[in-house]
Structure formats: structure tokens, C-alpha cells
Design a protein around this ligand. Structure first.
Ligand code: GLU
Length: 303
């Protein structure tokens, strides 16, 4: 394995509910990856979407990480306190950003949609690209994606292997500030990863098809490209992502350590391809670090 130093990883949960098995899998993978590479691991609370935040969920998530023995380096950061950075990035993007007055309904009528987590997100037909139509008010801010020649972005995911996306056809001009005034995830995540110097992003595969938009933003903002590893997301028998909303993945972080291991940590490790045995939390991590190094040896792309 090529050793690249330094390594700065992060876990970036949205505080929309307690940590559940699905998000624990992402947290565990990013934590272990940082440990295997003798790196640092940050926690950033992605509370930029004011509509979906649940009061107290941030503290609950942090307490769960601590109970599971995942201790972060440095101070926790909150996106809601970093909006000045997003404003600055917006200025930097300059003329590539334009106001859009279209409603979801109007965009839906173009009948194109993104896949994955963005199943509800619609590919924008470019209506306001050259100016707001008469009688329309600016709602969201969108970023122009090159139209011709096509803008195809490639990256090598450490887990999924080579990924390419034609941003023009598969994403379209995307929102960087939403109609409700909140900064969009795509912009905030890129600005923060860049500002914090994150070198390695390990997260759920539901974000795989957001990554090319993030690479595009990195290029425009002159930020270095981190390395990516997207771990498979936990799905039900229909292949649907299990979410916090279903409650199916909940676990009690207040349970005794042995219970926490049985109910959450060992199952999460199993979902990452690690069959571990441990009867206390320290023993779990002692076994998990070499087990993750072994998982990495079987991946298409070493770091
Ligand atoms: N905040 C996102 C989530 O909770 C993760 C963002 C990321 O890791 O890039 O799903």
C-alpha cells in the first residue's frame, strides 16, 4: 500500500436524528480508515439544512460516537457557524452562478431526475440560464455546468473503482443556495472539506453520484481533490436505503457496552466485511483496525 501522509479524515453527519446502524457504518469506516493510516479524524455536524435538523440530535450523535469509543481529533465544527465561508465561495464562483425562478413543479415537467439519494432531485433544463423569465422572482442560486463539449468528470473510488459522470446530462446546473435560503449541501461540503484540509473522504455510497458535482466545485474554487472511498449503504430486501426515519436501524447508545457491541458495533463491522469478536469496546477497536487494513487490501484502489 502506498503511504500518503498526512491523512485527515472526517465524519460529517446531518443532525436529522440519532446515529443509527447505517450512519454508524459510515462513521466506523471513516474512523478506521484514519486509524489505519495513522491520520486524524474530524467530526463536522452538517446542520446546514435548517428544515431537517432535529433539536438535540447533534449532541446525541456525539454522545453515541463517544460511547462507541470513536473519539475525534480537535474541535467539532457546525456548518451553521461557517456560513461566511459559503458566502465567500459564492463570490469566488462569480458569473457562473445565476438566480433561478423555477418551481419544483416546472422542473419536474422536464421529466429528468438524478438517481440514488437524489432520486427526488430533478435535472434542471436550464430555463433561467440566460436570465430570469419575465414575471419570475429569483428563488434558488444555480451553478452553470459546461454545456459543450460535455463536462465528464472521472475519479477512482477506493471501494467502487473508476467512476465517471457526465455532469451536463446527468446533473445539469445545480443548486448551491436553495430557494428557502439555506446553503446547499454540495457547496457547503466542498468548502468545508477544503477549508479544513480534509485529504480522505470515507462515506456512504449514496453520495457516490454527488461526488462529480463536488469535484467540479473543487476545480472552480481551486481546492485540492481528496481521495474517496464510498462504503456500500445498508439496504432492505428491496434494495432501499434504510433510514433513520424508518427506525429500523436504531440502537440504544445508553445500553451497557456489551449490549452496544452486540446490537450495533459488531453488526456495523459485519456490514463492512469484518467478522469480529470482542467483549469490550477497547478489544473491538484493537481487532477492528487490522481487520479494516485487511478489507482495504482487497479493494480495487489502494490509497
Ligand atoms: N451530511 C451527510 C449525511 O449525513 C454526509 C456528507 C458527507 O459525508 O459528505 O449524509
Amino acid at each position: 500500500m502506498t503511504v500518503r501522509t498526512p491523512y485527515l479524515g472526517r465524519f460529517a453527519p446531518s443532525p436529522t436524528g440519532p446515529l443509527h446502524i447505517g450512519s454508524l457504518v459510515a462513521a466506523m469506516a471513516s474512523y478506521l480508515d484514519a486509524k489505519v493510516h495513522h491520520g486524524q479524524w474530524l467530526v463536522r455536524i452538517e446542520d446546514v439544512d435548517g428544515d431537517r435538523n432535529v433539536a438535540g440530535a447533534d449532541q446525541h450523535i456525539l454522545a453515541s460516537l463517544q460511547r462507541c469509543g470513536m473519539l475525534w481529533d480537535g474541535e467539532v465544527s457546525w456548518q451553521s457557524r461557517r456560513t461566511g465561508l459559503y458566502q465567500q465561495a459564492l463570490r469566488q464562483l462569480g458569473e457562473l452562478v445565476y438566480p433561478c425562478g423555477c418551481s419544483r413543479k416546472e422542473i419536474a415537467d422536464s421529466q429528468l431526475s438524478l438517481t440514488g439519494r437524489q432520486a427526488q432531485a430533478l435535472i434542471y433544463p436550464g430555463t433561467c440560464r440566460h436570465g430570469l423569465a419575465p414575471g419570475k422572482n429569483a428563488r434558488a442560486l444555480r451553478l452553470k455546468v459546461p454545456q459543450a463539449p460535455h463536462c465528464v468528470l472521472h475519479f477512482d473510488d477506493r471501494w467502487a473503482g473508476p467512476v465517471s459522470q457526465d455532469l451536463t446530462d446527468e446533473a445539469g446546473d445545480f443548486v448551491i443556495k436553495r430557494a428557502d435560503g439555506f446553503w446547499a449541501y454540495q457547496l457547503a461540503v466542498v468548502v468545508d472539506d477544503g477549508a479544513q484540509g480534509v485529504t480522505d473522504i470515507v462515506r456512504g455510497a449514496d453520495l457516490l453520484d454527488s461526488t462529480p458535482r463536488q469535484l467540479y466545485l473543487q476545480q472552480l474554487l481551486g481546492l485540492p481533490r481528496p481521495s474517496y472511498l464510498h462504503v456500500p449503504v445498508v439496504t432492505n430486501e428491496l434494495g432501499e436505503k434504510l433510514s433513520k426515519q424508518t427506525g429500523a436501524m436504531a440502537f440504544d447508545h445508553g445500553a451497557a457496552p456489551q449490549q452496544l457491541l452486540q446490537d450495533a458495533m459488531l453488526p456495523a463491522a459485519r456490514l463492512l466485511g469484518m467478522e469480529l469478536r470482542a467483549d469490550h469496546i477497547d478489544a473491538f477497536w484493537r481487532a477492528a483496525v487490522p481487520a479494516w487494513a485487511q478489507v482495504l487490501r482487497n479493494l480495487p484502489n489502494p490509497r
